[in-house]
Design a protein around this ligand. Sequence first.
Ligand code: ADP
Ligand code: MG
Length: 255
Amino acid sequence: MNIELRNIEFAYDKTPVLQNINGRIEPGQFVALVGPNGSGKSTLIKCINGILRVQKGEVLLDGNNLETYGSNRLSQKMAYVPQTEQKAVPMSVFDAVLIGRKPYIRFKPAKRDMEITADILERLNLASVAMRDVNKLSGGQQQRVFIARALAQEPEILLLDEPTANLDLKYQVDVLKLLGSLTRQGITVVMAMHDINLAAMYSRQVMMMKEGQLFASGGKEIFTAENVEKLYDVHVETIHKNGTVYIVPDRIHSI
Ligand SMILES: Nc1ncnc2c1ncn2[C@@H]1O[C@H](COP(=O)(O)OP(=O)(O)O)[C@@H](O)[C@H]1O
Ligand SMILES: [Mg+2]
């Protein structure tokens, strides 16, 4: 299912937070949403999933306005992993993931809901902790539980707000690899992210946000030193290695 953003505008109160956002995301695409703190990444993600209602413009899913989808139908199409998960009530990992089946359950979970939950736990290497309390897992495991819960919705689109924040490097790479494998199964992944080098390594489409506007968008070729300097207002230098360009803060200006 494709996503089209048409001239989106959003304000929490009077001051606009998002303005003139236009873009198109194809099925199975891996999109990195980057930009400084406060540039509107989280707000845009919440507009795409309907948590926030745009005041101007529209979000279209396969050409239909987001608002024409009922909440259950929307939850079957699109899942969201928020930036911060409040500590949940004590709950097993299994139950935490089963909650993702809610849009499909009328009265009580069916056999199929249990099977899908178990299957996802296995795929995400969570089977061995299925009966542990979610709150007692490591940060990396918890993050996988939240992704697992989102996958239990069997979504076509997965939105994630800084899914690798607070994770050590290995877990960051693990999560990004997992997301990459989902896109190869046709799931669209849109994630807000801070690490531009990891974003460049794993994503295929990039949306750079600055002060509530799309500063640049395109393939990862837009990760140029010039764009990154303007985006974050910092001096950078590039390192070329094995055909890949890495962007790091300029040492002379940074130390
Ligand atoms: N609930 C809210 N009420 C009022 N202003 C908000 C709220 N959430 C975010 N903002 C403001 O909207 C702007 C964009 O924030 P956000 O979308 O969280 O940016 P990012 O995710 O890129 O850091 C910021 O100026 C922020 O202060
Ligand atoms: Mg944010």
